[in-house]
Design a protein around this ligand. Sequence first.
Ligand code: SF4
Length: 293
Amino acid sequence: MDKEQKAIERIKTASDMSLHHYKKPLVCTYSGGKDSDVMLELFKRSGIPFEVHNSHTTADAPQTVRHIREVFQRLELDDIKCEIEKPTYQGVRTSMWRLIPKKLMPPTRLVRYCCSVLKETGCANRYIATGVRWDESTQRGTRTEFEKIGHTKADKEAFTTLMLMNDNDSRRRMTELCMQKNKMVVNPIIDWTHSDIWEFINSEHIETCELYQCGYDRVGCIGCPLVSKKRYKEFADFPEYKKLYIHAFGRMLEERKRRGKESKWKDGYEVFLWWMEDDNIPGQMTIDDFLEV
Ligand code: SF4
């Protein structure tokens, strides 16, 4: 069976389970990225009833937001239910920039509180599908679809670190369960490679976000700490986002001061340089300095 057919079979199986256990259609989560567009096409080809859900991160590029809206408009014309969920924190509408002062630290690779608040709050009590793929993990190729959790060193580590639904991690499984939110997850394209994705997009003429034609190999939150040095291009292309982060870091320092917490930086710009892993600034704080948060 080829990968397309295999993915469609996974979607159909998950759909049956969703209708049986949750009495509701499977949800295709949609970020506006290429993997999401592939997923959406596979969902349409599967012939199952489904809904589409997007978490509005507030830090996506305008082109990504526009692409999501356009795709959703077309889906709604086909009577497919679509939802763009705006994030809230402690019951109040929030954004990346409001969250940073509240959390008293910038989001980092190790502490991705932004993902939990901005991307993963929706779809409780639902069966969802994501576009997570092993190919994005450095440990790819060592995984199997149904490996038992707890049998490998990576799994043991999983119990001591936080794994988020959109992590492309080698610990991911084809099907997963989030006990906290009573949410089941299927990852139908988990075994697709980067080339599989682009071959499918090109052969099936699938429209993707215009940023892929502007030198981007991923779309998502501008300034995401997971993409490390690629953020330099992002901030060069989207300088307003850089200003928003610097301003949020400045308000974060004020809030730390108000709460009597130590800070070694004098302003939001110094925090920004540290965050960008620029080694040329004085008074470096390490992630350990924040861990009390
Ligand atoms: S994708 Fe990156 S920046 Fe966006 S919410 Fe997740 S960790 Fe934060």
